[in-house]
Write a protein that binds this ligand. Structure first.
Ligand SMILES: *Cc1c(COP(=O)(O)O)cnc(C)c1O
Length: 243
């Protein structure tokens, strides 16, 4: 093989089908270690910055849940991929002026962290549709660069949102601080599971709380061991994002 071809081979991204199979194997491994069923963990491919063709490839590899962090970017991709029965998740911070569009575009919103945004979403969900599932984003380390509410705000927020008729609070989401060593994420995941139990103990009418959206490419196995029901995986499926 010429030097050029060898170089090309080393930079070429892994085929998406192989990457998805690798992630699924690791999900199964984490489930076995923690006595869980792989059926109870949903893999959401985070396709932000990826072109629609890559999403189509991942869909052909068996993924039906995709997550985006920008409303307009998702709107454009949805148009191109309208022939695929994809379930779209919004995982990025939602500005109030994008809430109505987001309510129409997404099947689930993981990043609700204010009552004002929740009200905007609620008023944009059409009557003819089922209630829109939403998750409350937690920010347990108090990081200013990230959205999310603190532990003490969680129960009051769920109480307020439970009054809204067109959305339904289904659970919690978080993006903990980045640690190269995934073990350091574990206390954050464990804390979120504990906050879920606090909310359930408050017995708020109409609140389900069966979703824990946590774990990304570098730490999803630890998240599964701590009870994640939805993991959000980008780089381990699509390769590194060029910024
Ligand atoms: C980008 C992103 C992910 C995926 O991160 P990877 O490191 O690519 O797996 C998950 N959740 C949120 C909220 C994101 O913004």
């Amino acid at each position: 093989m010429s030097q050029d071809l060898q170089n090309q081979a080393t930079v070429a991204a892994e085929p998406i089908g192989d990457a998805v199979a690798g992630v699924r194997d690791r999900i199964v491994g984490a489930c076995h270690r923690s006595g869980r069923s792989p059926m109870d963990v949903r893999l959401i491919a985070i396709s932000k910055t990826m072109p629609p063709e890559r999403i189509r490839e991942a869909f052909q590899a068996g993924i039906i849940d995709f997550g985006e962090n920008r409303v307009q970017e998702a709107a454009d991709k949805r148009t191109v991929l309208a022939d695929l029965p994809i379930i779209w998740h919004l995982v990025g911070t939602l500005q109030r002026n994008k809430a109505a569009l987001a309510a129409r575009l997404f099947d689930s919103i993981h990043s609700v962290d204010s009552v004002a945004v929740a009200r905007k979403i609620d008023s944009a969900v059409e009557e003819s549709r089922a209630r829109l599932p939403v998750l409350i984003q937690l920010n347990l380390a108090g990081e200013e660069t990230k959205g999310g509410v603190s532990e003490s705000e969680a129960v009051p927020m769920v109480e307020e949102l439970s009054q809204l008729k067109r959305i339904q609070v289904k659970g919690l989401m978080q993006v903990p601080p980045f640690f190269a060593n995934a073990e350091l994420s574990r206390p954050y995941f464990r804390k979120m599971a504990a906050i879920r139990r606090q909310i359930l103990a408050a017995k708020i009418e109409g609140v389900v709380m069966d979703v824990l959206s946590m774990g990304m490419s570098h730490d999803f196995e630890v998240a599964i061991e701590e009870g994640a029901t939805h993991i959000r995986v980008g780089r381990a499926i699509f390769g590194e994002r060029g910024h």
